[in-house]
Design a protein around this ligand. Structure first.
Ligand code: NAD
Length: 498
């Protein structure tokens, strides 16, 4: 059995860990490896290595840092196939979908290549006689990232390229369910010339997370995962004086207005609901049919859901792979059951789906449930699987009110050909990322990603300009180099411009 180790100070190490967790192959249901789970001293070893590395990395030139990012970008291109297959093997998503997350993550590295521009400060000449002011931003020190299973490469890449390009050193605690991609990225960083200790990977569970949250050596924490853990991480990191951004779960609504092209909308919704087996924080899990759109929309969605090819992610013919664990599969099935019990109509039932030759795999087929309403578990909870609920609203204002009453506020989308309605929608919804005829409006890397309400705790969104702000502190310098014959009189009153 392969044992997946930590990466600390430029080398693989057990760091004293003895506990392990299984790493499954979701397509077969078999255990393929075990991953070490760090204790506090393993976390401390990584933080100590990162603190030591910060002494020189924090002072390195912007050019040196951006050159590492340029090399990392090329290595991510060269190793795309290997990475995609690794993600597929541990996560279960289809290989092309894994390539998609590598590309989107690589775009953050491309943004970090331009850190020389992103970190330009301001300068004001002659703010007072012989006095100039300027500002710049400095790195924080050791920063940590804690990431979920569903994007084992993209979500960590939202964090560490920007943190490192800003001059910080990094400790990543990836999901213990699909840990290998992070170790490969660590090796790529080393090949790109990143000094030892700047990027470290500590595998683990709650013990490792708490070790990072409580460590006095960690200045800031970026977290992405479910809402209860995001809330916990935010509170605990804040209590120990850290800067923290904690992104949580979601219930993303797509509103289909009566004038929308129904086939286009249904095709987009099908991809957004069932792609990656619904295990995306920006997956559409609630379709809202407005006015008369409902029955025709449901019938088109039904045809498309039934046509999805479910199978192992390695098979190029597969469109939807398994979910991450047997528990996740059973959880999805339980929501189909509870939806039916609470009065919704199960139009497509994904329960009990098996795949020939992969009978032990964690498969569940696409499910479509109509006439869902708030108050039903299938709507109120984040299911995080291939299950699309359909709700009905009279008009766009009722749809906006429905979205705004939901505690989550990650992503949403509207399908329409009416510009005024689209504008009313994106201005009216209390949601962080909004699509107009775009079902998964994940911002490009030069914007920042983040939801509102229970989908994000903390002030700063992730990556892009807000990422640069999050990983740096501003400093303003007021500087005087007077000529000897113009020295001020040294009066004790509060200084004002002269
Ligand atoms: P999770 O919350 O179970 O785990 C996330 C991380 O927290 C992992 O590293 C895990 O080891 C750690 N963790 C788990 N339980 C913990 C505990 N009790 N104490 C401390 N740490 C703990 O999430 P997941 O199941 O890996 O990922 C799916 C969730 O992530 C979904 O809710 C999804 O919406 C969310 N997500 C959100 C975004 C976003 O951008 N908002 C992006 C991706 C995923």
């Amino acid at each position: 059995m392969k044992t997946i180790q930590h990466w600390i100070n430029g080398a693989f190490t057990p760091a004293g860990s003895t506990r392990t967790a299984p790493v499954w192959n979701p397509a077969t249901g078999e255990q393929q490896a075990e991953v070490l789970l760090a204790e506090r001293d393993g976390v401390d070893a990584a933080v100590t290595a990162a603190a030591k590395a910060f002494e020189s990395w924090g002072d390195s030139s912007l050019t040196a840092r951006s050159r590492v990012m340029f090399r990392l970008r090329e290595l991510l291109v060269e190793h795309e196939d290997e990475l995609a297959r690794l993600i597929c093997a541990e996560h279960g998503k289809v290989v092309d979908d894994a390539r998609g997350e590598i590309v989107r993550g690589r775009e953050v590295v491309e943004f970090a290549c331009g850190i020389t521009s992103a970190l330009k400060g301001d300068y004001s000449d002659q703010v007072s006689s012989d006095v100039d002011s300027f500002s710049y931003r400095q790195p924080l020190g050791v920063v940590a990232g804690i990431t979920p299973f569903n994007f084992p490469i993209m979500v960590p890449l939202w964090m560490h390229p920007i943190a490192i390009a800003c001059g910080n050193t990094f400790v990543l605690k990836p999901s213990e369910r699909d840990p290998s991609a992070s170790n490969l990225v660590a090796q790529l960083y080393a090949d790109a010339g990143l000094p030892d200790g700047v990027f470290n990977v500590v595998h683990g569970d709650r013990t490792a997370v708490d070790g990072l949250l409580d460590s006095s050596g960690v200045e800031a924490v970026s977290f992405v995962g479910s809402t209860p853990i995001a809330r916990y991480v935010h509170e605990r990191a804040r209590d120990t004086g850290k800067r923290v951004q904690a992104l949580g779960g979601a219930k993303n609504h797509a509103v289909v207005l009566p004038d929308a092209d129904l086939d286009f909308a249904a095709t987009q919704l099908t991809a957004a609901a069932y792609g990656s087996a619904g295990q995306r924080c920006m997956a559409i899990s609630a379709a809202v049919a407005v006015g008369g759109a409902g029955d025709a929309l449901v019938s088109t969605l039904e045809d498309k859901a039934k046509a999805i090819r479910v199978g192992p992610g390695q098979d190029p013919a597969t469109e939807m792979g398994p979910v991450i664990t047997a528990q996740a599969r059973d959880r999805v099935a339980s929501y189909v059951a509870s939806g039916a019990e609470q009065g919704a109509e199960v139009v497509v039932d994904g329960r009990g789906r098996t795949v020939e030759g992969h009978e032990g795999g964690f498969f569940v087929g696409p499910s479509l449930i109509d006439h869902v309403e708030p108050g039903m578990g299938v709507y109120d909870d984040e299911v995080f699987g291939p299950l699309l609920s359909v709700l009905r609203c009279e008009d766009i204002d009722e749809a906006i009110a429905l979205i705004n009453a939901n505690p989550y506020g990650n992503g949403t989308a509207v399908f329409t050909g009416d510009g005024e309605a689209a504008r009313r929608f994106h201005r009216g919804v209390r949601v962080g990322m909004v699509g107009v005829n775009v079902p998964i409006p994940v911002p490009m890397a030069h914007y920042s990603f983040g939801g509102w309400k229970d989908s994000l705790f903390g002030e700063k969104h992730i990556h892009g300009p807000e990422g640069v702000d999050f990983y740096t502190r501003a400093k303003v310098i007021t500087s005087r180099w007077p000529r000897a014959n113009r020295l001020a009189d040294g009066a004790l009153h509060f200084p004002t411009a002269q």
